[in-house]
Design a binder for this molecule. Structure first.
Ligand code: SF4
Length: 382
């Protein structure tokens, strides 16, 4: 058996209410922040958008998003977890981070003040902090919004089908879209879309009626087999009887079957980590979807099921370590490639990956030459 520990504490009563997050101030869960941006981004925030990335610079561990990366495409896992290549965040990913941060900070307020108006005021505040502390992220988002507006204008200008005669004037919507393509004009609408997600949140629960046990909680443990687990819980609630409820906010829409399975994978991961740490199966896993009218999914895990899930994690970790041993992280082409930030380096798309740098903890100890033992890395397409 490993030595389970919850970062900084060993007993539930001592769990800090909020764990400071490096990078983006008060930033939210990385398990969700890209959920609207497609399968690849949905696995996690991109490396540079990931407010928890600094934690990952410690020894590698399995997280729900990295496990999902490896299942989707081993080379994607390598690029993110081993090479740790930077990725530009999407506007959707950063909006998710923004909303998570607001929901986290909302519980810093006295219960009576946790109302929509205060939450919306936090949107502007958190965005200002993000823009001040990571101006490159803010600039990337604004550039994406501008690109989208330009594409919308272009699409509106283009005739649906080849007309016999070209229209004399561009449609009014196209002119309008083109006129609002300055980033400063687009930002208010983007921030309003974040506020709309918060409206949905308030329709689903009343944050004045309870006190979370913890927010943005780093959970870190090791399975008996030695598999290191690490992840952040959006929120942990404890009921009057001591039952644990894991809450995860999703800023995308309610899931289709595949993404629901992915979300449940994430929640079982956290439930197993808490079981390992406290010997208690959480009473509830609750997914709170804030997009398109909102929806909640609640799941009640059982110990036997979590132990079976543990074997899945162990198999994934074994496959990752075997890939590290050989340096063979094969690309797996699929729909997620459309959102992959690393296509230019991917042999499945005629790219060339950098030489395999070796496992990060060994790299830190012995220097970059460690990668030589792996014979140059993943170079074969699936
Ligand atoms: S582009 Fe390459 S690395 Fe990225 S997901 Fe597709 S196959 Fe994997």
């Amino acid at each position: 058996m490993g030595s389970p520990s919850l970062t900084g504490v060993s007993e539930l009563a001592g769990i800090p209410a909020t764990v400071p997050v490096p990078g983006v101030p008060g930033a939210g869960s990385t398990e969700d922040t890209g959920a609207e941006a497609g399968p690849a981004a949905g696995s996690d925030a991109a490396a540079t958008a990931d407010p928890h990335a600094a934690e990952e610079r410690r020894r590698p561990a399995l997280s729900p998003s990295r496990a999902a990366d490896f299942k989707q495409c081993p080379l994607l896992y390598r690029f993110r977890a081993v090479d740790r290549l930077p990725e530009a965040p999407s506007a959707a990913a950063l909006r998710g981070t923004l909303v998570h941060s607001v929901l986290e900070r909302l519980f810093d307020l006295p219960a009576a003040d946790r109302v929509p108006a205060r939450a919306k005021a936090l949107v502007g505040l958190v965005w200002a902090e993000i823009a001040a502390e990571t101006p490159e992220l803010a600039a990337a988002v604004l550039a994406e919004l501008q690109e989208r507006a330009a594409a919308t204008a272009e699409a509106a200008e283009a005739p649906a089908e080849a007309p016999e005669e070209a229209p004399e004037e561009a449609p009014a919507e196209a002119v309008e879209a083109a006129e609002v393509s300055e980033p400063a004009d687009l930002l208010p609408a983007w921030l309003a879309s974040a506020e709309a997600l918060l409206d949905t949140y308030f329709a689903l629960e009343d944050p004045r009626s309870f006190e979370p046990q913890s927010r943005e909680l780093l959970v870190e443990t090791e399975l008996g087999s030695g598999v290191p687990l690490r992840g952040y819980l959006d929120r942990l609630d404890v009921d009057a009887e001591g039952g644990l409820r894991i809450v995860d906010y999703k800023t995308g829409t309610a899931p289709r079957e595949a993404s629901e399975a992915r979300a449940l994978f994430q929640m079982k991961f956290y439930a197993l980590a808490l079981l390992e740490l406290h010997g208690t199966v959480p009473e509830q896993l609750r997914l709170v979807y804030l997009g398109e009218g909102g929806e909640e999914l609640t799941y009640r895990p059982e110990a036997g099921e979590l132990r079976r899930f543990q074997r899945i994690l162990e198999a994934i970790w074994a496959a990752i370590r075997e890939a590290d041993r050989t340096g063979d992280f094969r690309p797996r082409r699929g729909p997620g490639c459309a959102w992959c930030a690393h296509r230019a380096l991917c042999p499945a798309w005629d790219g060339t990956p950098p030489p395999y740098p070796g496992w990060p903890e060994l790299r830190a100890a012995s220097g970059p030459a460690h990668g030589d033992a792996h014979g140059g890395g993943a170079s074969s397409a699936a």
